[in-house]
Write a protein that binds this ligand. Sequence first.
Ligand SMILES: [Zn+2]
Length: 661
Amino acid sequence: MNEDVKNRIEKLKNLINHHRYLYHVLDKEEISESALDSLKKELFDLELKFPQYITSDSPTQRIGGKPLDFFEKVKRNQIMYSFNDAFSREDMDNWEKRNKKLLSDDDYIEYYCEPKLDGLAIELTYENGILVLGSTRGDGRVGENVTQNIKTIESIPLKISFMDKLIVRGEAVINKKEFEGANKERVANGFTPYANPRNLAAGSIRQLDSKITSERKLDADIYSIVTDLGQKTHEEEHSLLKEFGFKTNNKYNKLCKNMDEVFDFYNYWQENRDSLPYEIDGLVVLINNNNIFKKLGTTGKSPRGGIALKFPLKEAVTIIEDIEIQVGRTGAITPVAILKPVTINGAVISRATLHNEKEIERLGLKIGDTAVVGRAGDVIPEVMKVFPELRTGKEKEFVMPKICPSCNCELVKPEQEVVWRCPNNNCFKRKIGWFKHFVSRGAFDIEGVGPKILEKFLEEGLLSLPSDLFTLKEGDILPLERFAEKSAQKIIENIQNKKSIPFSRFIYSLGIRNVGQKTSYDLAKRFNSIEEIKQANVEELEQINDIGPIVAKSIFEWFNDKENNLFLEKLEKEGVVYYKEETIKNIFSDKVFVLTGTMQSLSRELARERIISLGGNVSNSISKNIDYVIVGENPGQKYDKALEIGLKIINENEFIKMINQ
Ligand SMILES: [Zn+2]
């Protein structure tokens, strides 16, 4: 066991060092910052648990990169440290606990918090009020002399009123607008764009021609004083810096009394980061009292008294423990990665889609591999990159099955497609998938009929088509009640209450391949009845917005299938009816909504789903084109902007009323 840990640590160190070298020395990146942070966090946590394996060459013990040879070296008396990362409340509470162990009970801890700019750390030295030296962090002790380049940054004063020797530190940054402009120019000139503003800021400062630096319009935020001027707190340092004439971000910072306040502040910036002209990737949290900060000392590359509290990772590194085969309601066979649970975008996930066989081949993924898992926006997490460097030799090759794991039917795949399918309409797993879809929120929305009870119903042969749900009687369910989320009587009531539903949801419930909520809505808008859709040919269907040839073909084929028509007849026979959603259509159709703040009765995701299912759209940013801004508790900057522009603002109750109309 310990030998495994030691090997893992060794491999992580090599992998991280390789990517850190690319990132810090060559200003290049092959994996995202999130993925690299996640690797570093795993190493940090392992070393915390097994300190006997910490070596001096570990990335947790070393700062930044190596100074490049073509710059003059700058030796420092006071090492320029960098902070360790934290990603969660748990990480922060552990950090606080570790610190408190080293302090006495009367050491009163307050935290000075500042948005963490994504730029390049610099140090400035003034003598007799004149800027005489500007340097990069380098390896902490030895930096690079970039004075000429730093002098081109207009917000850095070349002269200050303070006449003694003064050393300060800060961050050279490039604002989002400049970043976009510079990248556009690069692409136009045939170069690859910079991955992020930090990259561009670093590339601009660490180069030999100051003229190029001056063209890049860099900015600098100064945040600490190295020289001992008798300052007692970090907050005081910020005020002094401002007095001396440095550009500081003091107005964005906050002194927090405890960890709860730190997290309120953190949540605020997570919501409002877009309002800053610069990219930020979290907060820097520092123990405000300089004496306590010093008393805590340093560990490896970092002072114990400060930490970088990063925003949730959009990507993280974890282990692929297994690959399972999922059979969807349309028969699509999807390999799913079973993950060692990991937090992405603030939520713990344990499964990620691998899409299809080709994708596993492209990734070169084996079972047991360490991989980057990411989630773009609200979509399902997926595996993005594999680290073969971290293999132990115990990984297993994955073999795509040729028969359906549910019904043993031979799987089929048309030549030009990548997805294998189970062709058997009576396949158990496909059926389950269809039933789950049928009772889901966007379809018949039948509460209390969970996957477990559906599986039981199908196994016992009580149901064969979703229309059979409407024939169920209390006594049918009673023997299965222990599988149910609700009482048998309640379930029957729920089912019977849903015999009449809006037309778009009726269409969606049919489970037609490639037909989601939006397409269902478009169909319900264009046609008055199922009969009308049946009579439409592929060309007519294609004329509906967003419906392309593939979707049109799916729809046409579904309605021309004999079994499907029998199913529609059965639904009708059981008394299921749909109605045109005229009133709702008028309120929501083609309207654009923005959500801000926390809602009490439904999650943001659910609200978004509802809006889209009713034909509306949801945007992430405020503009003149927004029709409604839905405001929950503690709304962010979006609310202020909406007021400024004079947009229509509604609260949660008003929104719920709209949905229920
Ligand atoms: Zn099957």
